[in-house]
Design a protein around this ligand. Structure first.
Ligand SMILES: Nc1ncnc2c1ncn2[C@@H]1O[C@H](COP(=O)(O)OP(=O)(O)OP(=O)(O)O)[C@@H](O)[C@H]1O
Length: 274
């Protein structure tokens, strides 16, 4: 299956205030349609910068991003982003339903269709009852569910997530991870999920891309050959999960030290697209 997302020679250098930081340094990868790929890398390695470039929110210094073959030069209509800071991404004065509806309004989706998409998305994230509430009346986990509902109501081809669960407690995080896997399986959307949490990357992904320290590059690209049906207890207790986690951990450590590990002959081949 062809790649829906192509990142080629992507480089981003920040300059200003007498400081020059090469955050992303010549990065190449593609994501096939329908894949759930996780990006994991050391703190400060350039994950957010990369995602902003992929989302068309930031111009790269050089290189390109293509979505379904088209160059991304501004936020594309068929891409949605969920950020870590749900508190800042929701509008406090709008109801939950209106928050979810807002991007659809901007996209020009007719009112009746909008109402249907909002209803479905809120049902998908288990928040039908909270449609009339305001974000500040909800827990952090519920607010992040609203942000996810807003993203999926938009019916994106690609869903980008930047450490979306970093600010919620462990139990809520586990629930949200399962929610994302469930939505991904049901909707068939392509997901690029950025996290610094190795366990989360292995639990969620079909594939884990390990990023090097800044200026970041793809250090490794591992297939996650765990069964498609995952649950927090069984999957995390699986010997294969522990092996993959140890392998990703070792590679993130190597990335921090700036080492390039030798290719692993026992690593499974890249996963087939769904
Ligand atoms: N607007 C900016 N101007 C200058 N430098 C920046 C800017 N944004 C990020 N940087 C620098 O680019 C590098 C990568 O930052 P980025 O936020 O992309 O990393 P990250 O991997 O997402 O970090 P974390 O894991 O801590 O969230 C850092 O050295 C950071 O200081």
């Amino acid at each position: 299956m062809s790649a829906v997302l192509e990142v080629t020679g992507l480089r981003k250098v920040y300059e200003g205030g007498g400081r020059r930081v090469e955050a992303v340094g010549g990065l190449d990868f593609t994501v096939p349609a329908g894949q759930l790929a996780c990006l994991v890398g050391p703190s400060g390695c350039g994950k957010t910068t990369l995602l902003k470039c992929v989302a068309g929110l930031m111009r790269p210094t050089s290189g390109s991003v293509r979505l379904a073959g088209e160059p991304v030069t501004e936020p594309p209509p068929d891409m949605a982003v969920v950020f870590q800071e749900y508190g800042r991404s929701l509008f406090a004065w709008l109801s939950v339903a209106d928050n979810v509806a807002l991007p659809l309004k901007e996209k020009g989706v007719p009112r009746a269709r909008r109402a249907e998409l909002v209803r479905r998305a809120l049902a998908d994230v288990g928040l039908s009852d909270a449609a009339g509430a305001h974000p500040w009346q909800l827990s952090g986990g519920m607010q992040q569910r609203v942000a996810i509902a807003r993203a999926i109501a938009y019916e994106p081809r690609v869903l980008l997530m930047d450490e979306p669960f970093a600010a919620v407690d462990a139990q809520t995080r586990a629930e949200l991870e399962d929610l994302i896997r469930g939505l991904w399986q049901r909707l068939g959307v392509t997901v690029l999920f950025v996290t610094h949490d190795i366990d989360e990357a292995v639990y969620l992904g079909q594939r884990v891309l390990v990023l090097s320290a800044s200026p970041t590059r793809v250090q490794d690209d591992l297939a996650v050959d765990l069964p498609d049906r995952r649950d927090q207890l069984t999957t995390r207790g699986d010997v294969r999960f522990t092996e993959l986690r140890a392998r990703v951990y070792a590679r993130v450590q190597a990335a921090k030290r700036g080492e390039r590990p030798a290719p692993d002959p026992s690593a499974p081949p890249a996963p087939a697209p769904r």
